[in-house]
Design a protein around this ligand. Structure first.
Ligand code: DX5
Ligand code: ZN
Length: 227
């Protein structure tokens, strides 16, 4: 796989009738990773897609593009295992869906699947302070900058401060977790999040509804390039 790109288009806003066309277009634009939003109708209101759609995507395109699975589901660890068995490597679970009893299972999954990059997603109401004790277990923190469950919402102001707090905690404690931000990312909020310390930007509607996707990818990271 080539160098990792910063922008991760979210397939939630793709054209489901022509999913392969959208995946191929992203590959041709040099995107290294697509975001795959799994919703169960319980942790969040909507139901999106799951293992059945992931399996052919991973099988067909897995050697050319990575998939970053965002599990907005209850009992997420059960599904982490399923996605890993299908070839998934980067999977995020919600802090709000975990229980204390899940921690030994997380350690076991990491031992069993050393290739796993496990992310911890946090809802807008969850403060970075609440998750510090869990950070050594995770490879990524996914900061939700909207209430999870739907695409096309506006970025919640203040999310960039959570990113900055997580980035400075990372530096202070020499951690290496990545920071991803998801929800309402556009050419203003994307660069702001990057300046605050985010490593990856998830963009759903801003990317898929744009007429010139190549230009859209550039616009999302423009401050970073100037830095
Ligand atoms: C929302 C999802 C997002 C969504 C983002 O709950 O987790 O990944 O696709 O969509 P936009 O970029 O349109 O806010
Ligand atoms: Zn998402």
């Amino acid at each position: 796989m080539e160098k990792e790109t910063i922008v991760r288009p979210s397939l939630l806003s793709a054209d489901f009738l022509h999913l392969s066309k959208d995946v191929e277009e992203a590959i041709s634009l040099g995107v290294s990773c697509l975001h795959f939003d799994v919703m169960d109708g319980s942790f969040v209101e909507d139901i999106s897609f799951g293992e059945k759609i992931f399996a052919p995507l991973q099988k067909t395109y897995g050697d050319r593009i990575a998939f970053d699975v965002h599990l907005m589901v209850e009992n997420p660890l059960k599904h982490v295992r399923r996605f890993l068995e299908l070839g998934g490597k980067e999977i995020s679970v919600h802090y709000e869906a975990l229980t204390l009893g899940d921690l030994p299972q997380i350690q076991e999954l990491k031992r069993e699947f050393p290739q796993l990059r496990l992310g911890l997603a946090i809802n807008p109401e969850t403060k970075p302070e609440e998750i510090v004790s869990l950070l050594p277990l995770f490879d990524m923190v996914l900061v939700m900058s909207v209430v999870p469950g739907k695409g096309g919402q506006s970025f919640l102001e203040g999310s960039e401060k959570k990113i900055a707090a997580l980035a400075s905690y990372r530096k202070e404690h020499s951690f290496s977790y990545k920071i991803e931000v998801d929800g309402g990312i556009n050419d203003k909020t994307g660069p702001l999040c990057l300046l605050s310390g985010a490593d990856y930007l998830v963009a759903g509607s801003f990317y898929f509804h744009s007429l010139d996707k190549k230009q859209t990818l550039v616009s999302l990271t423009k401050e970073k390039e100037v830095e």
